[in-house]
Design a protein around this ligand. Sequence first.
Ligand code: F3S
Length: 427
Amino acid sequence: MKLAADEERMLSGESGPGIQRAMELLIAVGEAFEAERMVDISAAHILSPEMQFWNTGQLAGWSRELVEESVEGVDGFKVPTTINPIFLDPRLAERIAFPAGFIEEMQRTLAEGRQTYARLGIIPVYSCCPFYVYPARKGEHIGSAESVAVLYNNSVLGVRVNRESGPTALATALTGKTPLYGMHLSENRYARALVKLKDSLDPATFTYADYNALSYYVGGVVVNRIPVYAGLPENMSTTQLKYLCAPLGVSAGIPMMHAAGITPEAPDVETALGARQPEMVVEVGKEEISTTYEQLTSAREERINYVFLGCPHASVPEIQEIAGLLYGKKIHPDVTLIVGTSSPLHLLTREMGLVDIIEGSGGMVISGMCSAGAFLRRNVPKGYKVGVAATNAAKAAHYLKVGGVQVWFGNLRNCIDAAIKGKWEGS
Ligand code: F3S
């Protein structure tokens, strides 16, 4: 790879061993993907090893020790850097009945991690949706380890970003550089599959769950082809767009989609396809959407114990909607309703009086943690029964189902009704 003078200096060890190691790692990745050079990034979003452990049950070569080694001699991040969820809300830890020793050990590790990140100047969003707090601009390059942030940045904001691993995202934050390959290059950003909605669907009436189901279904069909959606309403809200992006991270693993007329690089379908014919045309109608609802549901029992909202982390309008639906109502005593959001939006919505409404009805607004990850059966203490859960998020339903939790997938109104009545009555 051709290195600029500042990159050569970082590689030489002039800025300390941590930066040197970060540059070596980025060069190794760049060479593996045949990148010709590095590019400057304007921001980074990193993943803590603790979060990776909660979500996947394994550290995959990524640990707190490795983080400490990587930041040796480093004064601070080179670019504004945000971080994914990291800790478990103590109220939930208590409810899940973790043994006291375990909670203490976890809090100690997390405190160490937070101290390190604070020293380096982290922007403490603790969220998979850093773009609500610190959005980058169209055409900028960033580094990010979170699939939701990658999908939303590429698809909605026109920002250029590859899905990094924990260690490589940290290396981008420490050096302010990333190898120029993949989604950083225009030629790799064109759509290769065209998604058309059949007449049986009216996207103007879509709920968040419908957008989740559409995206989950499309991801399963296109697999590794970037899709372009034709015919979606151009006035889609940022929350609807978040739900159109997120499920692609679990059903497909692709880093971008185009919504014609919305994605900055896709004023129309032809431009999104780079004036080429699509390799595949996917038609989606009512039948495909309802099959996806069934596919995301694994519960049979009506009685429910948990309702998970805010996966990806809830936006302000979404929390307003949830508070509106719960206003003056009481959640069933057997049900724990959890709304996950980022730390800054948690503070903001508390100021707005929304958290009080949700908590006054018996729900819980949590921040800093992944709404669903802590409830995967392998993560909860032996003998604790998560029971039956309900959610309007395809990503949460996918993870919970794979993790052995019985789950109902349906729209927000049905989830709130179920929380109040203590039982699922269908979508
Ligand atoms: Fe965010 Fe956790 Fe869902 S990281 S996208 S709340 S699975």
